[in-house]
Design a protein around this ligand. Structure first.
Ligand SMILES: Cc1cc2nc3c(=O)[nH]c(=O)nc-3n(C[C@H](O)[C@H](O)[C@H](O)COP(=O)(O)OP(=O)(O)OC[C@H]3O[C@@H](n4cnc5c(N)ncnc54)[C@H](O)[C@@H]3O)c2cc1C
Length: 512
């Protein structure tokens, strides 16, 4: 086969124009890197990405990330969505989320336990639609100069010390780096020889759109039964969890109307009748994670790096977090602002969070499994979640507000996402992050901090302003991804501030 060689050398080639690939692309382009995205599917639209199957819950960290890049305002679908799980009937208690189908309520959550989370212009969770999210991210990426080529699946690649040559059928492309954001069956992960370690599934999940002759036989919302779980989000849109060890999904048998009816009757313990099957897809709770996120010039992010059951909706959030964490670091290396060792922190910070999410989904599966052991555990969790501390803990995990990177440092805010400080003029710290630069925020106009920031040129801007609520802080150093690298309550210790700045930023002189 004759190969067509494309001559441009991109800074980064990204496999996959899913939400993670597109968010990463826009982060890199924001930092002036040249980016090519190769996407297997010709058509970005799919009924599985649209309401109701395409509904995804965004947690606080994702909402903040999109807000910080001025993308949140472009997401509109959530405004017209009435999610039965979160928007209860009038007068009923508002649901905050769930663990294995066990709901926690907003009015049980004690937000005063989250000292550094300000009630602000960013929500703790938001319903979104995959289709819209991808459209918004693709539009932003292309506006920043990213080239997106659709209908081109990556089929092979090889890397040298300096570059990666990527093959898509009879075409080849060159990049300095390749990032696999090509989803759960990632070709980049497989060809790159990444180990994908974890556990096998307990169930097959079905997402279906069907016509039902007697829909009143099914409950609406999520119903956990002694044999599994079904969820009817709106009439005819049914998700089922069948504890068959993932056998049906792996059998690759066609998903027929008869099959869906048989499973739904068994799980719902009704004689419900399905008269037509329009859409059907299956998935499992297989939980696996790449044991490293980097081999040389090849990296993984999103579902390519970790897969697990979608229970409680964490996968997209985890992937967007990968993109926000990786983008500025890879860009800093490409722009020669930072040494390659900065990339080590991508794995060090993101791998443990991925492992936690896998365990969170395993724990949910364990207590949803039919049988007396799971039933006993389930009732204990139910008791706990109905306490104030219990609801606060579960909300903290599901909404991501307890997330903290281990960045060292003495202050309890270090490693957390920065609170969304609101300044006297009504602007917020999130508004100042649209350009992706680091920020040295100084509430006390300290001349030595101003001098320190000036040493980092356009990598770090100095902001001196009072905020409406300063949480007892005097100064905060914020990385481009919005995480706190250093913070001080008192008169700032300049040596400490310098030390933190040196880890995440490099002064004017480019590295040789
Ligand atoms: C039923 C269900 C409900 C869910 N609910 C939630 C939720 O509420 N909240 C949440 O956070 N997460 C949820 N998730 C998980 C979430 O959808 C995924 O984690 C997220 O889509 C991962 O994004 P990604 O960009 O990594 O991968 P994907 O969205 O899978 O995108 C990968 C892209 O790569 C492309 N591709 C594949 N192979 C190649 C190749 N060889 N070359 C080039 N391109 C390629 C694909 O076509 C695709 O466009 C849910 C998942 C399911 C199944």
């Amino acid at each position: 086969m004759k190969t067509t060689q494309n001559n441009s050398i991109y800074d980064v080639i990204i496999a996959g124009a899913g939400p993670v690939g597109l968010f990463l692309a826009s982060e890199l382009a924001l930092a002036k890197c040249s980016v090519l995205v190769l996407e297997k599917a010709e058509n970005p639209r799919s009924p599985l990405k649209q309401v109701p199957f395409g509904i995804r819950g965004l947690n606080a960290l994702s909402v903040e990330a999109l807000y910080r890049r001025d993308l949140l305002k472009e997401l509109e679908v959530h405004k017209r969505l009435k999610n039965p799980h979160l928007n209860s009937k009038q007068g009923a208690r508002r649901q905050g989320g769930h663990f294995a189908g066990i709901v926690f309520h907003d009015d049980d959550i004690d937000t005063s336990q989250w000292k550094y989370r300000l009630p602000s212009s960013t929500d703790a969770s938001l319903i979104s639609e995959m289709q819209e999210l991808e459209t918004v991210l693709a539009r932003r990426s292309e506006a920043l100069g990213v080239v997106i080529k659709r209908g081109l699946a990556i089929t092979n690649f090889h890397q040298t010390d300096d570059e990666v040559t990527v093959q898509s059928g009879d075409q080849s492309f060159k990049g300095k780096w390749l990032v696999g954001c090509d989803g759960s069956r990632s070709v980049v992960r497989k060809l790159g020889g990444f180990e994908f370690a974890g556990t096998e599934p307990e169930f097959t999940g079905y997402s279906t759109q069907v016509d039902i002759a007697d829909p009143e036989k099914l409950s609406t919302g999520r119903t956990v039964t002694p044999t599994g779980m079904y969820l009817q989000s709106q009439p005819g849109y049914v998700i089922i969890q069948d504890f068959d060890g993932g056998a049906f999904h792996h059998s690759k048998k066609p998903i027929t109307m008869e099959r869906v009816q048989e499973v739904l009757r068994r799980i719902s313990n009704t004689d419900v009748t399905i008269t037509a099957l329009h859409i059907a897809t299956t998935w499992t709770d297989r939980a696996r994670q790449a044991t490293t996120y980097r081999h040389g010039r090849v990296l993984l992010a999103g579902d390519a790096a970790h897969i697990h059951a979608p229970l409680g909706g964490q996968g997209l959030n985890l992937g967007l977090g990968d993109a926000m964490n990786l983008g500025w670091k890879l860009a800093a290396i490409i722009q020669q602002h930072s040494p390659e060792s900065l990339l080590d922190s991508y794995y060090i910070e993101r791998y443990p969070l991925g492992a936690q999410v896998l365990d969170w989904s395993r724990a949910q599966v364990a207590i949803m499994k039919p049988g007396p052991t799971a039933r006993a555990l389930n009732s204990i969790i139910r008791d706990l979640i109905n306490t104030r501390d219990g609801a606060t803990y579960f909300a903290g995990r599901v909404w991501g507000v307890l997330t903290r990177y281990n960045l060292g440092g003495n202050h309890p805010l270090v490693g957390h996402s920065v609170p969304n400080f609101e300044f006297d003029d009504g602007s917020t710290i999130g508004d100042l992050m649209h350009d992706g630069q680091g920020i040295l925020l100084d509430f006390d106009s300290n001349a030595s901090l101003k001098t320190l920031a000036s040493e980092y040129g356009d990598q770090m801007k100095y902001v001196s302003s009072a905020a409406k609520e300063q949480l007892g802080l005097s100064a905060v150093l914020i990385r481009p991804d919005g995480f706190v690298a250093w913070a001080s309550d008192q008169h700032p210790d300049l040596a400490e501030a310098k030390q933190a700045a040196t880890i995440w930023f490099t002064t004017h002189q480019k590295l040789g």
